[in-house]
Structures are given as structure tokens and as C-alpha cells.
Design a protein around this ligand. Structure first.
Ligand code: SAM
Length: 288
């Protein structure tokens, strides 16, 4: 018979469900059920690599034992590191910020964050999460000087601190190698047999759809072409590759020699409510 103590001990050792700790434009949370069937057979034995990790929806849903996660956004990556290495301090910092939240306070924290004074990595991580949870639509946008300039959101009661979620994220990240880098560095770091999921900034569907700005610079068609070249080099190396992008002729042409599936994605962030329907996206794979 299972005793209560034995059951409690088992629950204690079962990995907690993990999920992104930030809202992120292009986050894949709502596409997971369509992406999972497209993962390669034998993925459990592979290292999980995400060069455009963002909120890391697929990584957290999978919780692989070994991972390499990179992104070009330096504060996002240092926040991942702080959560992996010092989650108690991040929680403490966030608790203090959450306890005093107001619109006015949001702008004070944003100023402090932009002054970039020497603060500990965990304090900066707490500010980053606080701003993400309370800003307009969870956007991350910076001006030319690199200052975060998103206005406050109008949430009645935003959930700023979710301690369990942060601890689960910290556990999931235990085996993760984290780096702030551009996707090209994969040419140095990827190994044969790695599973690599590319989720770059999407090619705009129309000229006016290019409202998303992830870092200081947008992601141009030259960047998309460079990414395709990296994809081809890693295909030759023997990596298992999966890539998401918008379903537009330019992207289909770039990857015409690979296997292309489509998924139907809800549009999560669009200021225009009439444009919030479903949109077709491509998933490009180099395996069946
Ligand atoms: C579509 S988002 C990824 C979303 C992520 N899959 C999720 O579930 O939240 C794209 C990410 O690419 C990053 N990025 C933009 N340009 C990059 C580059 N040249 N190299 C690496 N990352 C880049 C952005 O900072 C952003 O986090």
C-alpha cells in the first residue's frame, strides 16, 4: 500500500511543470500541440538547442536534460541565468516590486532599469520580469539608445510574482547552457545529432505587419537568407532541424528543398482586434 509519506516523497521528486516566465511576442505556448507531433523520433536522447529562445515555450514544455539556449537580447539571457543560478534572490526582488506596484511605480522602475546602474544580476532580473508583467501587452521594445520604452499596461491585478513557476523554470534550466549570441554562432556550437528549433522574428506578412521589434534592430530579408544558409550548413552537419516562420512566398522559396508543413496559429498580439484571427505558419524540417 502506498503510504502518504511515500506518495509525498514521490511528488517531491517528480519534475514540476514548467512554462515561460515572461510574456514574449511570438511565444509558442498556443502552438505546442501542433508542434509536438512534428518533433523528430528519438528526441529524448538529443541535446535541445534554441538559438532564438525568447520565452522558451517549447523548451519549458519539453524540459530536456541537456540544452543550449541563446538569444540576442542580453537582459533576457541574464534573466534566464539569474533564474537558473539564484532563483531565491529573483523571487525576493520581485516580491518587493510586486508589493508596491502602481502605474507611477512602473515608470520609476523603468527609469531605474534604463539608468543601468550597477545592480546585482538577480535585482536586474526581477526588474525585467516586473516590467514584462506590467507593461503594455508584454512587449519588449527599445529606443535608439537601447532604453526600454514600452508604456505601462492597464491591468487591474497583474500576476507579477508566481513563485512556483519561477522555481519550476529554475529546475528546468539546471542543465542548460545559456548564451547571449546571434544565431550564426551555432556554426561553432552545434554538434551532429543536436535537435535545433529555430523560431526567428517572422518575415512580415504585409508591409504594415512589420510592427514587431524584438531587439534594437529588426530582422531583415538578408538576415532570413543568412539564417537559411546556417540551416543548410547544419543540415549537412547531421543536426535535426525544425524552423517556424510565416507562410509567405519568400520563406517558402528559401526553404524549398526541405519538408514544409503548415500550422494554424492564433495571433496573440495585434493592436487591431479585427486582425486577431488565425494565421497560417510554416514549419520547416530536414527529417520526416
Ligand atoms: C519569435 S521570438 C522567439 C519566441 C520563442 N520561441 C517563444 O516561445 O517565446 C524571436 C527571438 O529572437 C531573438 N532574436 C532576434 N534577432 C536575433 C539574432 N540575430 N540572433 C539570435 N536571436 C535573435 C529575439 O530577441 C526574440 O527573443
Amino acid at each position: 500500500m502506498t503510504t502518504f509519506a511515500a506518495l509525498a516523497a514521490r511528488i517531491e521528486h517528480e519534475p514540476r511543470e514548467a512554462a515561460p516566465f515572461v510574456k514574449w511576442v511570438g511565444g509558442k505556448g498556443r502552438l505546442l500541440s501542433q508542434l509536438r507531433p512534428l518533433l523528430p523520433p528519438g528526441i529524448e536522447r538529443m541535446r535541445h538547442v534554441e538559438p532564438f529562445v525568447g520565452g522558451g515555450a517549447l523548451f519549458f514544455a519539453r524540459r530536456p536534460r541537456r540544452a543550449l539556449l541563446t538569444d540576442i537580447n542580453p537582459t533576457l539571457v541574464s534573466t534566464y541565468m539569474a533564474i537558473r543560478d539564484d532563483v531565491d534572490s529573483v523571487i525576493g526582488g520581485l516580491r518587493r516590486l510586486a508589493g508596491r506596484h502602481s502605474k507611477q511605480r512602473y515608470y520609476e522602475v523603468r527609469d531605474r532599469y534604463n539608468q543601468n546602474r550597477r545592480v546585482s544580476p538577480s535585482k536586474r532580473a526581477a526588474m525585467f520580469i516586473y516590467l514584462n508583467k506590467t507593461c503594455f501587452n508584454g512587449l519588449h521594445r527599445v529606443n535608439r539608445k537601447g532604453e526600454f520604452n514600452v508604456p505601462a499596461g492597464s491591468y487591474k491585478n497583474p500576476r507579477i510574482l508566481n513563485e512556483d513557476a519561477l522555481r519550476a523554470a529554475s529546475e528546468a534550466l539546471r542543465g542548460a547552457d545559456l548564451r547571449c549570441a546571434s544565431f550564426d554562432t551555432l556554426l561553432e556550437n552545434a554538434k551532429p545529432g543536436d535537435f535545433i528549433y529555430f523560431d526567428p522574428p517572422y518575415e512580415p506578412v504585409s508591409a504594415t505587419a512589420s510592427f514587431t521589434s524584438y531587439a534594437r534592430d529588426g530582422f531583415s530579408q538578408e538576415d532570413q537568407t543568412r539564417l537559411r544558409d546556417v540551416y543548410k550548413a547544419l543540415d549537412r552537419r547531421g543536426c535535426k532541424l525544425m524552423l517556424s516562420n510565416s507562410d509567405v512566398p519568400f520563406i517558402r522559396k528559401l526553404y524549398h528543398e526541405f519538408k514544409v508543413d503548415t500550422v494554424a496559429a492564433p495571433r496573440a498580439i495585434n493592436c487591431d482586434a479585427t486582425k486577431r484571427g488565425r494565421v497560417s505558419e510554416v514549419v520547416v524540417r530536414n527529417y520526416a
